[in-house]
Every structure is written in structure tokens, then in C-alpha cells.
Design a protein around this ligand. Structure first.
Ligand code: GAR
Length: 213
């Protein structure tokens, strides 16, 4: 597929960047009709930024410093506009987006969260699941709305919670599924016809090029 027909994706991250790398690898394998045109982080020390730079992808730190949430988001939006970004993938981006950000990319922002939403939104989702004593957890890829880890679910993958699990062992088991779920979700959104009915995404079977959604 020619570069021009690939959807232009921005990845926003705050840390390690393993989900960014799994998306990038799936694109390189031709499994998602998209390419990552910029990686942005609120954390200038994020390992994910270094990895992006090593891959030759523009990697831009935009620390919040003393700016308001809105001012910060406006700076990020400006960078994304400069790069003609069509889709935004949050991948361990530890900031809640302002309504202005959500409105700037309607139905085009995705997030991955390490729990089966709507259970355990927010921080330390794996620890929340463990302390609650659930026997199943997993990950959720969802479209982003103005709430915290709310928004229509695209894909979920479940994993068992074992008796001997620690937060780290559960997080590692979930992460394996995250790396499958995120590419699968983005690929679906880009190649299938879909619409949103209430909270539900309704999929049509027809496959085609990048979706207008
Ligand atoms: C992932 O587990 C992701 O689901 C989580 O942060 C981690 C980032 O890892 N995101 C959230 O908790 C958002 N609420 P990564 O930097 O290796 O992709």
C-alpha cells in the first residue's frame, strides 16, 4: 500500500512505550493500513520517546510545566495538526484529555487500559483487580470520550487471575494481550465500516481501505 493511503497516526505516551512498539511492528508487517507519523510525550524522559527516535519517527516532548490542561492540550493538538494526524492512539499516556482535545479528533482517539472496563478505571488497574479479588481481568481498547477510561469499547481480551499473582505478574500477563489487542482494534476501525449506537460499536462486515467511520 502506498504511503499516501496509510492513515496518519500519532501515539501519545508517558513511559516505556511497549504498546507503541507493538503498534509500530504490526504496521511494519502490513497488518494495519496506517503509519505512526509522530510520538508525543508529556514526559521528556519517557523511554518510548527514545525508542521512537531510534526508529526515525519524530519524537516530541511537550512537558506540562505550569500550563493549564487546556493550554498543554492545545500545544499537543498544534503538533498533531502540523503532522496532519488523523488518528490518535493513547499508549500509557497518563493524562486525562480536555474536552477540546476530544473534540479536535472526534471518534478518532483510542486508548488502551489494563482492565476489563468498566471495572477498575484510573490508576493501578492491575492492583485494583488483584485487591478486589476478581478471577478474570484483561485489557480494553476503547474510543476516548471526555470521561476517565469511558467511551465505546472496541476490543477486550481476558486473562485469568492466579492465586499466586502479584501486581507485576498480572500486569505482565495482561500486557501480552495488550500487544495483541491494540493492533487488532486499530486495524478493525480502519478496515471495517462501523458506527456507534448508544455506547455500542456496530460493525459491518465489508472490508476496505482506511475508514471514514
Ligand atoms: C499499559 O499497561 C497500558 O495499558 C497502561 O499503561 C501501560 C503502558 O505501558 N495504561 C493505563 O493504565 C492508562 N489508564 P507501555 O508504555 O509499555 O505501553
Amino acid at each position: 500500500m502506498g504511503e499516501e493511503s496509510l492513515a496518519r497516526v500519532a501515539v501519545l505516551l508517558s513511559g516505556r512505550g511497549s504498546n507503541f512498539l507493538s503498534l509500530h511492528a504490526a504496521m511494519e508487517r502490513g497488518e494495519i493500513p496506517a503509519r505512526i507519523v509522530v510520538v508525543v510525550s508529556n514526559n521528556s524522559k519517557a523511554a518510548g520517546l527514545t525508542k521512537a527516535a531510534e526508529l526515525g519517527i519524530p519524537a516530541i516532548a511537550i512537558p506540562r510545566r505550569r500550563s493549564s490542561r487546556l493550554q498543554h492540550d492545545e500545544r499537543v493538538i498544534e503538533v498533531l495538526r502540523q503532522q496532519r494526524v488523523e488518528w490518535v492512539c493513547l499508549a500509557g499516556y497518563m493524562r486525562l484529555l480536555s474536552p477540546a482535545f476530544v473534540a479536535a479528533f472526534p471518534r478518532r482517539i483510542l486508548n488502551i487500559h489494563p482492565s476489563l472496563l468498566p471495572s477498575f478505571p484510573g490508576l493501578e488497574a492491575q492492583g485494583q483487580a488483584l485487591s478486589h479479588g476478581v478471577r478474570l481481568s484483561g485489557c480494553t481498547v476503547h474510543l476516548v470520550d471526555e470521561g476517565l477510561d469511558s467511551g465505546p469499547v472496541v476490543i477486550q481480551k481476558a486473562v485469568p487471575v492466579e492465586d499466586e499473582d502479584t501486581e507485576d505478574s498480572l500486569a505482565a500477563r495482561i500486557l501480552i494481550e495488550e500487544h495483541r489487542a491494540y493492533p487488532e482494534a486499530l486495524s478493525r476501525l480502519l478496515t471495517m465500516d462501523w458506527d456507534i449506537e448508544g455506547r455500542r460499536i456496530r460493525w459491518q462486515p465489508a472490508t476496505r481501505g482506511p475508514a471514514s467511520g
